[in-house]
Design a protein around this ligand. Structure first.
Ligand SMILES: C[S@@+](CC[C@H](N)C(=O)[O-])C[C@H]1O[C@@H](n2cnc3c(N)ncnc32)[C@H](O)[C@@H]1O
Length: 213
């Protein structure tokens, strides 16, 4: 997509007011990464289509995407994992302000350690955390996803570096190779069907097929 299209689409969805706008402003001012407006709208749309009763999110930051998803379907509950304790505390405050605290289980910890201990199943999972660990997250998430459940991953194109790694530093190169490996995995793993969507920083959307589909 060309830059003018991205800018145009982003402006179309830059519409929030009140608490969500305050969170966006705070995140931007303090360099806290949150989903882009067009990705927020995409998540909202997916929740409205899927109507997930149980959502799992990896990477809460200060609660923005959780609030977007919960506001999209009144019967949804979310369990969301954040390893940065300060951000997790801010997320809790924001859930309180949004009157959503009773629909949220916020786990403060590293998803690498938390996920193997989860056993409930989820209708929708959103991965938006350390890019170098997506494959580990994915293996656990597939186990935790219901049949016909949806898995959405953000940042899979990593600022264009995954497609084009010219002049990138060593640390980034490791992330790029891991992300390519992850993309290869989600496109080729039996039992799921995946699309890649070039909005925000690149999204993958997968559906887990029921065994006899
Ligand atoms: C891109 S931000 C999440 C943004 C959030 N989903 C939103 O759009 O409002 C990624 C967050 O994941 C957290 N994180 C990174 N690796 C993690 C891990 N292994 N376990 C839990 N949280 C992690 C970071 O601390 C950061 O706050």
């Amino acid at each position: 997509m060309i830059d003018a299209d991205i800018k145009y689409i982003r402006n179309l969805f830059d519409v929030n007011k009140g608490l969500l706008k305050d969170i966006e402003d705070y995140a931007n001012k303090n360099f806290i990464p949150i989903v882009k407006p067009e990705v927020a709208r995409f998540l909202e749309t997916m929740v409205k289509i899927k109507k997930p009763k149980n959502i799992l999110e990896i990477g809460t930051a200060i609660g923005y995407s959780s609030i977007i998803m919960l506001n999209a379907y009144k019967d949804a509950k979310i369990i969301t994992i954040e390893k940065d304790l300060e951000r997790a505390e801010m997320a809790k405050d924001n859930f309180l302000k949004a009157l959503l605290l009773n629909r949220v289980e916020l786990i403060k910890g590293d998803a690498i350690e938390v996920l193997p201990n989860l056993n409930n199943k989820y209708d929708m999972i959103f991965i938006d955390a350390s890019k170098g660990h997506y494959k580990e997250f994915f293996n656990e998430c597939l186990r935790l996803l219901n049949d016909d459940g949806i898995l959405i991953c953000d940042n899979i194109l990593y600022k264009g570096y995954v497609a084009n790694e010219i002049n990138v530093k060593h640390k980034r190169r490791t992330i790029i190779y891991r992300m390519r490996d992850f993309i290869d995995e989600i496109l080729n793993r039996e039992g799921i069907v995946t699309s890649i969507i070039p909005i925000g920083d690149g999204l993958s959307v997968s559906i887990k097929e029921a065994k006899n589909d």
